[in-house]
Design a protein around this ligand. Structure first.
Ligand code: ATP
Ligand code: MG
Length: 255
């Protein structure tokens, strides 16, 4: 089998081969991704780290079918993404992916429930179905009582929970979170990571970008980017944050 052949293994949710993304701006060319190959199995929990400008968000946008690579192949759950037209990309996003962003991206002056219902409007569900599934998603993130609150009437952590509920309503296979705790204090960050970990333990594949080592420590696998390439790909003990890991390590040292 040739090395550039995309695998047909069904348990691979993400299968990317030699992704290149080049931006041309005037006479300047930015090599945001220089040939990234990556597989992610269903049910994995992956943290992506790396310096600012190293290509993390560029990769997330491609994995999320928000953008296409300049070259390379990408299969999501066996579907060939790089040949898709805009409407097919929108469809695969809606069916398979939930997005979580640093700035929550909630509609202001709109209730938590209405925010969570939005992806289901695009998916064509009726009002009763939307309400039922929206409430269920809010309950899942611990905000069942707050469904009438607008973003301004919620804390940062609660707003991120609403965003996670919104990411969950179409029952995706994959959560992509680009710096989901970047705007939160450390205690609230831990609550959000516990929620993502809980989703992962119930089978959700989670890929997140972070600048914080203690956030990355929650994942089972850590990728490090440098200058548009993956320079490190390591398995980690399924973590409960760095403090727990450090504690375990020191316990081992005592034994
Ligand atoms: N739409 C665009 N047009 C032109 N250049 C871009 C575009 N998006 C990203 N870039 C460039 O591509 C490179 C990678 O950017 P990217 O946003 O992926 O970095 P990042 O690792 O997510 O950084 P950060 O940690 O700051 O979010 C950078 O040099 C950036 O300036
Ligand atoms: Mg980024």
């Amino acid at each position: 089998m040739g090395q550039t052949t995309v695998s047909t293994d069904k348990s691979l949710l993400i299968d990317a081969v030699d992704l290149v993304k080049t931006y041309v701006m005037g006479d300047q060319t930015v090599h945001a991704l220089r040939g990234v190959s990556l597989t992610i199995a269903e049910g994995d929990f992956v943290a992506i780290m790396g310096a600012s400008g190293s290509g993390k968000s560029t990769l997330m946008n491609i994995l999320g079918c928000l953008d296409l690579p300049t070259s390379g192949q990408y299969r999501l759950a066996g579907e060939e993404v790089e040949t898709m037209a805009q409407d097919q990309l929108a469809s695969i996003r809606n069916r398979r992916i939930g997005f979580v962003f640093q700035q929550f991206n909630l509609l202001p002056r709109t209730s938590a429930l209405e925010n969570v219902e939005l992806p289901m409007v695009y998916a064509g569900l009726n009002a009763a179905q939307r309400r039922e599934r929206g409430m269920k998603a809010l309950q899942k993130v611990g905000l069942g009582e707050r469904f009438l609150h607008t973003p301004a009437e919620l804390s940062g952590g609660q707003q991120q929970r609403v965003a996670i509920a919104r990411a969950l309503v179409n029952d995706p296979q994959l959560i992509l979170a680009d710096e989901p705790t970047g705007a939160l204090d450390s205690q609230t960050s831990e609550d959000i990571m516990r929620l993502l970990q809980d989703l992962n333990q119930h089978g959700m594949t989670v890929v997140l970008v972070t600048h914080e080592a203690d956030i990355a420590a929650w994942a089972r696998r850590k990728l490090v980017f440098k200058d548009g390439l993956i320079v490190q790909d390591v398995a980690q003990r399924p973590g409960f944050g760095l403090t727990q890991q450090v504690r375990n390590d020191s316990e081992e040292a005592v034994r």
